[in-house]
Write a protein that binds this ligand. Structure first.
Ligand SMILES: NC(=O)c1ccc[n+]([C@@H]2O[C@H](COP(=O)([O-])OP(=O)(O)OC[C@H]3O[C@@H](n4cnc5c(N)ncnc54)[C@H](O)[C@@H]3O)[C@@H](O)[C@H]2O)c1
Length: 331
């Protein structure tokens, strides 16, 4: 298939591009490079450096190659920043993304996989979050993703675009060969931050929130290895190609790991006992987010393979030790 990946030079998008290339799909990327890295992508992948708000750029891509499906990763991802600057999040994650849908429609491209998030659910009312859990996001980031999921359902109703929204829990880890990993600036994710502290790039590790009603007072999250996550996208591409209707699925493991436990595993894997500063909770952070993944597993036979926390941290450590400054290209 010919696949267009938006945000393909970012963390998850670049893993996806590599996986698709391995399976002999033809891959094109559009990325503004605001947070992307050229060297995260295989050399043979064609990249258009442009914003998805740029209709002309999208038009050129869709006119040049018959695109079978789009995987839409482009967006802003920082929960805390979204609380400070909701406009930034709605204009990119909703408006710019809608622009993409309009151009897809104009070119008759009728399949999209959308990067949604566990942040759409808000404070959990049940131990695990199933897809039909109420949607009361506690941050503009979560709301922007939920709004776009809802928009996608209207495009389906119009009969122009079928979509599968994948609601990622915490994407983590690096490619098993250690060549492709997470390099956000600024970094807001716990594992790369803890690893930076272990490798001496950062002096102290900040543990945000220690008084939550959880087993050890810290936040609980469900970590999914980036390769397992990308494998779920491959299955969704096949499903959409086979006529699957618009839907949404959680992607996680169903197991919660607390922030304190993550720190413990990072210390063990790296062998470094770094200093941890207990800090206030971050705004917009629910205390627990654990997926119910029954639907993805039973309907598609998908299972996480690399997503136990030790394997995730080991793969991320391999990437971090081999790339102490991340991608050297800084875009
Ligand atoms: N990382 C996670 O744990 C996680 C969890 C849930 C959902 N998600 C979603 O997955 C997607 C990818 O996340 P990531 O961690 O790879 O983020 P990332 O920031 O590494 O990648 C996003 C990429 O999109 C590009 N981009 C942003 N806005 C753009 C625009 N308007 N036009 C073109 N390119 C644009 C950036 O330059 C970047 O390369 C995001 O949509 C995010 O909301 C991520």
């Amino acid at each position: 298939m010919n696949i267009l990946i938006t945000g393909g030079a970012g963390y998850i998008g670049s893993h996806m591009a590599r996986m698709l290339s391995k399976y002999d799909h033809s891959v094109e990327v559009i990325d503004s490079m605001e947070n992307g890295h050229r060297s995260a992508l295989p050399v043979k992948v064609v990249i258009t450096v442009a914003n998805i708000s740029d209709k002309k750029a999208l038009d050129t891509i869709f006119s040049a190659t018959p695109i079978d499906a789009v995987i839409h990763f482009a967006g802003y991802i920082n929960v805390e920043e979204s609380v400070r600057d909701p406009y930034k999040y709605f204009s990119n994650n909703v408006l710019n993304s809608m622009n993409l849908l309009e151009v897809m429609e104009a070119h008759g491209v009728n399949k999209i996989i959308f990067s949604s998030t566990a942040a759409i659910y808000g404070t959990p009312q049940t131990e695990k979050l199933a897809e039909n859990h109420s949607k009361l996001p506690t941050s503009p980031y979560g709301l922007s993703k939920w709004n776009f999921e809802e928009l996608l359902r209207y495009f389906d109703q119009k009969g122009t675009i079928r979509s599968i929204s994948l609601r990622y829990f915490n994407a983590a880890g690096a490619s098993l060969d250690g060549e492709n990993g997470e390099d956000h600036a600024p970094e807001s994710h716990i594992i790369p931050l803890a690893l930076k502290t272990a490798s001496g790039k950062q002096k102290e590790f900040y543990l945000f929130g220690t008084q939550y009603p959880t087993r050890d007072g810290s936040c609980i999250r469900d970590y999914i290895h980036v390769e397992d996550l990308c494998r779920a996208h491959l299955l969704m591409l096949e499903a959409l190609a086979a006529g699957h209707g618009t839907d949404a699925y959680n992607v996680g493991t169903g197991d919660g790991v607390s922030n304190r436990e993550v720190v413990g595993v990072v210390k063990k894997v790296t062998g470094v006992d770094f200093s941890v500063v207990e800090s206030d909770p971050r705004p917009g952070d629910p205390h627990t987010l654990v997926a119910d993944v029954t639907r993805l597993q039973s309907e598609f036979g998908w299972k996480p393979i690399h997503s136990d926390i030790k394997s995730i941290v080991e793969s991320a450590w391999k990437w971090t030790s081999g790339h102490p400054n991340g991608y050297e290209d800084r875009h």
